[in-house]
Each structure stands twice: as structure tokens, then as C-alpha cells.
Design a protein around this ligand. Sequence first.
Ligand SMILES: Cc1cc2nc3c(=O)[nH]c(=O)nc-3n(C[C@H](O)[C@H](O)[C@H](O)COP(=O)(O)O)c2cc1C
Length: 209
Amino acid sequence: MSGKVPGHVAIDLAERDVAGKYHFLVSAIVPRPIAWVATRGRDGSTNLAPFSYFQGVCSDPPTLSVSIARTKRSGERKDTLRNIEETGEFVVHVIDESLLEPMVASAEELPAGASEIERLGLETVPGERVAAPVLVRAPLAFECRKTHQLSVGRCELVLGEILLVHAREGLLDARGNVDPERLRPLGRLGGRLFVPWTPGRTVEHPPRG
Ligand SMILES: Cc1cc2nc3c(=O)[nH]c(=O)nc-3n(C[C@H](O)[C@H](O)[C@H](O)COP(=O)(O)O)c2cc1C
């Protein structure tokens, strides 16, 4: 057996440098949801940054994950990670297309203590269960408490239990779940490409045992 998949090329990511691995993976694991993460440091300063290595992990207890890499230049902890490690708290926002530009702008690396929230003039209210701020413009916000943290190479995988959800009025369907047509979520492809909401297809699931 050659191990070759007909019509495919085999790619060994170990042969690529850090940037090469990164650019390949963010173009291949797509579309990704975007967590717009707000935190508050022990000194009271606020911080906001996007993370697309983001997923749901478990429904009970409701848990999500965000993977935060060391900074490219200095290898230091990003402000988001530092704040989460200091307080154990963070707020994850799900966004729609109207927030694309401020979300990308919030990825700028500002000096520690400088707030992307203030710089972008975004309105917030304090969380009800955590001290981190909640963005009023975001259609969905999850107040989270860190439950686990796992080091994976130069990344820290942070798991957080969702303590409280804030859903914009009119976002939910008759069953109390999020209506995608009303949310119109934004996804990330590789590089600078984002995917706006498009109508979905319905496929019947096989019967459950
Ligand atoms: C759409 C988008 C997705 C991103 N996803 C991640 C990610 O999953 N992990 C990560 O470490 N950085 C990611 N970044 C980069 C961080 O947002 C960036 O390093 C930011 O400056 C971190 O901010 P902080 O130091 O205030 O925490 C992403 C940037 C953008 C624009």
C-alpha cells in the first residue's frame, strides 16, 4: 500500500515553519466561529480581542473553549490570557457582519492596560456573574468562568463554563433557541477572508437510538 489517497497530495505540516502551519490550518479548518472575548484585569482595566480557535465543548455543563497563542513577536502572554489567568473570568461575544470592522480592529496589540473597548468607543455594561464587561452591540454574550486550562505547544486552551447568556431581544425562535436568520453570524476563513451569513440547507437527521 502506498498510503496515497487518489487525487490528493499529502502534506506533512511538520515540514512547515510556525507561520506556514498557522496559515495552512486557518485556511483549512473553516468556517470558524469567532469569539470576541472581553476581560477585565486585576487592575480594573478592560480588554477585547477576537479568537477563532473557538468551539463549544460540552452542553452539560455548558462549556466552550478558546485557544490563545503566545504573541508572535515576543512570545509573551496576550492580555486576554493574562486577564483570564488573573481573574478566571471572561465574556465571549458572538458577532454578526455589522461588527466585522471593529472586531478586526480590536486585534491590534495595544500596550497592556490600554483598552480596545475604549479606543473603539464600544458601549458595555458590567457582567451579572463576572466582572468582565458585556458589549451591548453584540447579539449574543456568554459570561464564563474558567474551568480548565491546557498548554498545547505555544497555545493555551482555555475552557469556560457558561454562567449566563445574554441574547438580543428578538433573536430567539419560538423554542427559545437562537434563530440563525436573525443572528446572521459571521465566520472566518483563511487570511483576511470572512464569510457572511448565507441561508442554510435543512437535511433530515437519521433517527436517534
Ligand atoms: C478574526 C481573528 C481571529 C483570531 N483568532 C485568534 C486565535 O484563535 N488565537 C489567538 O491567539 N489569536 C487570534 N487572533 C489574534 C488576536 O486577536 C490578537 O493577537 C490580539 O491582539 C490579542 O489581543 P490581546 O493581547 O488584547 O489579548 C485572531 C485575530 C483575528 C482578527
